[in-house]
Design a protein. Sequence first.
Length: 626
Amino acid sequence: MQSSAKKVALPAMTLAALGVVFGDIGTSPLYAFAQTFTSAHVNISEATVFGILSLIFWCITLSISFKYVSIVMRADNNGEGGIMSLLALLLRIKQLDPNKKIYLIALGFIGASLFFGDGIITPAISVLSAIEGLSIATPAFDQWLMPIGLGILTALFVIQRHGTATMGKFFGPITMLWFISIGALGLWSIIQTPHILWFINPIWAFEFAIHQPFVAFVAMGSVVLTMTGGEALYADMGHFGRMPIRLAWFIVVCPSLMLNYAGQGALLLRDPQAVSNPFYLLVPEWALFPMIGLATAAAVIASQAVITGVFSMVNQAIQLRYLPRLTVIHTSDVEQGQIYVPFINWVLYISVFILIILFEKSSNLASAYGVAVTMTMLCVTILIAVLAHGAWGWPWWKVALFAIPFFTLDAIFVASTSLKILSGGWVPFVIGVVVFTILMTWKRGREIVHHRLETDALPIGLFIKSIGLSSETHFVPGDAIFLTGNQNIVPHAMLHNIKHNKVLHNRNIMVTVFTKDIPYVSDADRIEIEKMDDHFYRISMNYGFKDQPNIPQALQQAYEALGLEFDMMQISFFISRDRLIHTVGDGMSPWREKLFISMQRNTSPVSDFYQIPPNRVVEMGSQIEI
């Protein structure tokens, strides 16, 4: 029975993976092949068409089929993938020099920052390239392309707050239909020019690179557009597992993509003028409008997948304390990964809106796209090489066999796309720098604040002993919960409570939330309890970086373990509301300190983030100089 269930589940999971994982790379044929010729000003001939097709085939084979599917997807953190999971795995390596971990964190942050840029560019370029087929049908639509694109994307971002569970049921079948359609279009063109299939011979790529080295180098900056979305195979591994993603890639996605690219190449051999839009010119006139509708649906699905991926990455960064607390809304009672982050949603929307106004056409946006993709791929190559040696135990010679060829290939991609910085590549670069600065500033700022708190703190053991010796301490009925980041010192809120109210509660429970470097923590491992004396308890609450902390729920579990009655109306949560003050001295540069203070002031309330009832919260303020 179990075997049968697995056989039934695998096709369903594979279909679901099609709809979520492959939307981005699946819509690349809309613009990537044409962009390779136009951006590098390639003269269309049999040698150049075969050369570029060969480059596309072997780059996809090496970077996606081999690097990501065969190697990178091995780096799973309890089943989860993505650059934040990879970073957590790396920081777990014991033999790694602590002083060098900051460089790995910086690389991880760079990759995450560029993925955020990808989340802005993908919706814009995918939707624009899809609806540009309307201008092939009739020039009357030319002036309406931008308003139509903005309207579609506005609707997409507006519905994010409702979640994607309902639409998600249709994502797989629609994407399957998309891949079948583009594969069939390519196959029909190949049948008309069958010798195009010789492009799989790598000799064509080598000859193209040797005879036209500069043109080939420039073209590589657009060839990389055929691999956009490759990171999603790894990032979404936790939702579907390795096998469904691998099956979908090798059985459906890769064959369909290569058939379509080959079909576009065959069309160019027959009609070089088709370079203006080889994808839509493959489509018979009677099928043009249905294909535009299907392409738009595929582009929306691709955009949705990237937006959801950004939400997930931001949530992981918040849980790992790399970003300030933001409001995170769970849109499904069943699917744990279905979340909505309002602030990030509208930042993405405004950014996408501005991009479309600035660049107007998908061909202009293509220049901005490649930079983010190539640098993310380079970061992943370096991080995987470190993981292979430190965690998998690969000898250096084996790591070199993997890392050197892919580092070289990724470096060529980065160098090639860097030529586009002035014509649009500055967009993801600027976005990446801004996000990276925010991540590093928040990380460093938290370290400074914790150091200041610990410097002025009172050890908890000494405090409890002094309370026990004092006859002036008054205890009042009820339970007081103090949230603290350090279990060994007295929480500021507790000191303020004694200072101003002159009392302590009958039970004082210090709660510390720990985020483990694994995706999820089981209920059995959720809490650790230590009774310090009759009035003081210490509770550790453990969560994974994909868990959503719920302190009242975990607290109820702790009360049951202690054999105590849990009554929320008898519990008060004391939370320190620290006010940071900028000072001249050690720490960060003045502008970074001001940025950190601004972020700290605009974080979501602790009570909201930890799902504590607001009417049970008492906030105690204090000032900290940084």
